[in-house]
Design a protein around this ligand. Structure first.
Ligand code: PEP
Ligand code: MN
Length: 356
């Protein structure tokens, strides 16, 4: 491998394995081929994932083989040295994990919408040494995701990870689930101490998009990836379109560009960061000054019965900004949103609804 682990210190978790345990042959064959490929991975496999119970939309869809999967998973741990991670959705599942020695679990996106069930799981694992991965809830609500992580944390769990797997959204149609990158970013800003890993398989829903999503996640600084891997994806009983063979996973991992650790780059960025810091300081002072003038304008308009909305005046403000615009679509979009926000708040303030 051309990369060393120390260079990849941002990338610490690699999780692979089938969507579901289907049979002993399928799960052992997948694990065996992952074990063979592992020497080409940037880091060793952190967990072999496999669903024992599957939360399916259709009532008659394959819903997992249940308890009989555990002895097969125990063999995988024993023969290949993989730590197994499975999905749990209630306290009974936790009991079975404890019975069969499973030490890593994930809370799925459908369970993650329900604080009662997450609390039931938290109570069942209280002060144990489980590693717990909490997937984002299917609804785009960062507080709910964070709340679930905190429920598990309050149960005394030390090894806690967040998994970004995308959100249900009827307006997006390329991906199975909308990535809504702003949400994992918001979570990261609120709790930088909780590692976030990305599950591009469930975001994409199709193999062809997994790589681009994995690269975006890594570019943002995701600390790991969970990628569904099956010995024969086309024959998979669930999520067939998004799974990779172990060999394809190996190729995909080799094609990604990983990031260096943040501490290594601090020196390189120090100068620019100081400049940005100073600019932000000036911006915040200027904005405060601008809004205090808006207040004065509000008084004058009120005294002289002048309407709040003055289209010509606002158009000249917009014009003024566009004189300095960069030739860049992204910046133009930013400016449009920024000016809308500025105008919106200026008008609100003039209606005396907002105080600075
Ligand atoms: C899974 O990982 O197989 C799964 C069901 O995921 P999610 O809860 O993200 O849909
Ligand atoms: Mn799946």
């Amino acid at each position: 491998m051309e990369r060393t682990n120390s260079q990849l210190s941002c990338f610490q978790y690699l999780i692979a394995g089938p969507c579901a345990v289907e049979s002993e042959e399928q799960v052992v064959e997948t694990a065996r081929r992952l074990w063979v490929q592992q020497t080409h991975f940037p880091i060793p496999l952190s967990f072999f994932r496999a669903g024992v119970w599957k939360p399916r939309s259709e009532a008659d869809a394959f819903c997992g083989v249940g308890e009989k999967a555990f002895p097969w998973l125990q063999h995988i741990s024993h023969d290949f040295g993989f730590q197994v991670c499975i999905e749990v959705a209630n306290a009974r599942h936790i009991e079975l994990c404890a019975k069969y020695g499973i030490k890593a679990i994930w809370i799925g996106a459908r369970t993650s919408v329900n604080p009662f069930i997450v609390q039931e799981i938290a109570d069942a694992i209280h002060h144990s040494d489980f590693t717990v991965l909490v997937k984002n809830p299917i609804i785009p609500d960062v507080r709910l995701w964070l709340g679930n992580l905190e429920r598990i944390e309050k149960a005394g769990i030390k090894k806690l990870l967040a998994v970004h797997r995308g959100f249900s959204d009827t307006t997006e149609n390329i991906f199975r689930n909308a990535p809504m990158w702003d949400i994992p970013i918001a979570l990261h800003l609120m709790r930088p101490d909780i590692p976030i890993i990305c599950d591009p398989s469930h975001i994409s829903g199709q193999r062809q998009y997994v790589k681009q999503l994995a690269q975006i996640a890594i570019d943002y600084g995701a600390m790991g990836l969970m990628i569904e891997t099956h010995c024969n994806p086309c024959a998979a009983l669930c999520d067939a379109a998004q799974q990779f063979t172990p060999e394809e996973l190996s190729e995909l991992l080799r094609s990604l560009t990983f990031k260096h650790s943040v501490s290594n780059t601090d020196d390189l960025l120090r100068q620019q960061r100081t400049l940005i810091h100073n600019i932000d300081h000036q911006l915040s002072q200027l904005l405060a000054k601008r809004f205090s003038i808006v207040k004065e304008i509000a008084h004058i308009k009120q005294e002289h019965d002048i309407p709040l909305l003055q289209p010509n005046q606002w158009n000249s403000v917009v014009q003024n900004y566009h004189q300095h615009t960069l030739q860049d679509d992204c910046y133009a979009k930013f400016l449009e949103n920024f000016l809308d926000l500025l105008h919106h708040f200026s008008l609100e303030m003039q209606q005396n609804k907002k105080e600075l």
